[in-house]
Design a protein around this ligand. Structure first.
Ligand code: CAA
Length: 259
């Protein structure tokens, strides 16, 4: 049973894993302005919460992860209102998950379209139900994906495939998403939440410092030349020495050998 956090988000924290549920199933969990604001605030809170080692995002209702921007809400606004809103929100929204230090997993349980896919692209790992459907239909609506997909999708699946998907706006299924490398794995629909939670628990059980440092070094690989990235990796590795976690782990090994 999910626990309401705000009117449009549920939050359950158990054994180191925060489960965030986008809860607007009547609208395929489309992103209202309120839900966006709530998500941005929650991401900061979870990053600071010492009880949270990893975060899973999922959609309520079983049909959709998230169908993108709330087109009903958007359709009622003037161009000026949309312009002002974007000026305010874009910088806050565009990296709000990707800049979290805690590892994040998108558990994609249905439609994952437009801004919903862009939200998933901000997550570290994506797992899909076999029933998931993906797509970036923005160009068919007279826009372009403007919340990160033109930059993150080519890095995830290569420029050729990203161009094909963004310029056509076509939908595609979970198997294709897995073949493209857009999702780490596809699982039966009914096992998705358990699988994503188990993955998050495995990550959360590792020493937090090493997980965070590894994540930051991996992220740097997408932003820098290899030489700069290798230097970043070394700095991230050296920081792990300052924690006692590695010592405890290796002492246990040494103890086993002596025994
Ligand atoms: N915004 C608001 N409401 C949405 C929505 C959206 N993006 N997507 C679905 N809904 C609502 C529908 O209006 C409908 O509500 P009512 O029952 O009150 O009429 C309800 O969800 C169920 O939708 P459907 O009846 O259409 O269900 P379906 O199973 O036939 O189709 C769907 C599901 C394929 C997701 C279809 O609803 C659809 O194509 N939705 C639009 C998806 C889309 O184009 N997303 C991209 C938006 S642009 C964007 O995200 C970019 C950005 O700026 C961030």
């Amino acid at each position: 049973m999910a626990t309401p956090h705000t009117s449009e988000l549920d939050l359950d924290i158990e054994r180191g894993v925060a489960l965030v549920t986008l809860n607007r199933p009547h609208a395929m969990n489309a992103l209202s302005i309120q839900m966006r604001a709530d998500l941005i605030e929650l991401a900061t809170k979870l990053d600071r919460d010492a009880d949270v080692g990893a975060v899973v995002f999922i959609g309520a209702g079983g049909k959709a992860f998230c169908a993108g921007a709330d087109l009903n809400e958007r359709g009622q606004k003037s161009a000026q209102e949309l312009y002002d809103e974007r000026r305010y929100f874009r910088s806050r929204w565009i990296n709000f998950i990707s800049s979290m230090v805690k590892p994040t997993i998108a558990a994609i349980n249905g439609y994952c379209l437009g801004g919903g896919l862009e939200l998933a692209l901000q997550c570290d790992i994506r797992i899909a139900s076999e029933q998931a459907t993906f797509g970036l239909p923005e160009v068919t609506l007279g826009f372009l994906p403007g919340a990160g997909a033109t930059q993150r999708l080519p890095r995830a699946i290569g420029l050729q495939k990203a161009k094909e998907l963004i310029l056509t706006g076509r939908r595609f299924g979970a198997r294709e998403a897995e073949e493209l490398g857009l999702v780490a794995r596809t699982v039966p629909h009914e096992t998705l939440l358990a699988g994503a939670t188990e993955l998050a628990r495995t990550i959360a059980a590792n020493p937090r410092l090493s997980v965070i440092q590894a994540k930051l070094a991996l992220n740097a690989s997408q932003e820098t030349f290899v030489s700069g990235g290798l230097q970043f990796e070394n700095e991230a590795w050296l920081s792990c020495l300052l924690s006692d976690a590695w010592k405890g782990k290796l002492e246990r090994f040494a103890g086993r050998k002596d025994a």
